[in-house]
Design a protein around this ligand. Structure first.
Ligand code: FES
Ligand code: FES
Length: 126
């Protein structure tokens, strides 16, 4: 089972979903993990406070990049209010692998960037 979960991360790392940039994003934000300097940028296209389209670019470890890919699939079509309600645990569960405290920022960087882009709160999600 653990193998399958690891493959889920590897698959998103090697074939990231919604990778790239939007031509005229309504919102965009970029930030880095202070521990390693790895970066994620997220572009959003909004329609009636809903995420109509989303893209990310970045460079970093497999967990940070796979988490960003998985997150874009989770939130496409969601309202900004729903994004606000997303907690760290929601994304960590979707990753499907145990994340050690040392890797927590790797796993949550994309959610931090998404929340900052969506409604301007640039804090590590709890
Ligand atoms: Fe490699 Fe984050 S998974 S340090
Ligand atoms: Fe940099 Fe994981 S080691 S985000």
């Amino acid at each position: 089972m653990a193998e399958l979960y690891r493959e889920h991360i590897l698959d998103h790392y090697q074939h990231p979903r919604n990778y790239g940039t939007l031509e005229r994003p309504d919102r965009t934000f970029e930030d880095s993990n202070p521990l390693c300097g790895d970066r994620i940028r997220i572009d959003l296209k909004l329609e009636n406070d809903r995420i109509a389209d989303i893209r990310f670019t970045g460079r970093g470890c497999a967990i940070s990049q796979a988490a960003a890919s998985i997150l874009t699939e989770m939130v496409k079509g969601k309202t900004l209010e729903e994004v606000k309600q997303l907690g760290a645990q929601d994304l960590l569960e979707e990753l499907g692998v145990p994340i050690s405290p040392a890797r927590r920022k790797c796993a949550l960087l994309s959610l931090k960037v998404l929340k900052a882009a969506a409604y301007g709160l640039n804090e590590w999600p709890t």
